[in-house]
Design a protein around this ligand. Structure first.
Ligand SMILES: [Zn+2]
Length: 127
């Protein structure tokens, strides 16, 4: 069970910028990183293949992803500003970490069961 998500501050800024650029559409990025015991650390984000944004949902083709990329979840925006996962987000969310950005910059993370994970800013993932 993951309890905590570490995210480098620079990366958070990049994600928030990407969300602003995509507004009013929903945007989605994949999270790359490592999970050590109950702590996930995000190292970078990846633009998923064949992504297309929509007003309510961003789609991508999960089967087109290369294996072994170290993907541990996804982050997507909620243009409504509400940073809570929808039932669909939990059902179809990619990976164990489901991060949501409530427009413009409210960042929260959840696991597949909808339990909130604490998001902690860090300088980088240390081994
Ligand atoms: Zn959502």
């Amino acid at each position: 069970m993951i309890a905590k998500v570490l995210v480098p501050e620079e990366l958070i800024q990049g994600i928030i910028e990407y969300v602003r650029e995509g507004y009013p559409n929903e945007v989605l990025l994949l999270l790359r990183g490592k999970i050590n015991k109950n702590i996930a650390c995000i190292e970078s984000v990846v633009i998923p293949p064949f992504v297309r944004g929509g007003r309510t949902r961003a789609y991508f083709n999960a089967s087109a992803l290369p294996a072994g990329m170290g993907l541990i979840g996804s982050v997507h925006s909620h243009p409504s500003g509400v940073a809570l996962p929808s039932a669909e987000d939990l059902l179809y969310g990619y990976g164990p970490v489901i991060m949501i950005v409530g427009y413009p910059d409210r960042i929260r993370a959840f696991d597949k069961n909808g339990m909130e994970l604490s998001v902690v800013l860090t300088e980088g993932c240390k081994p």
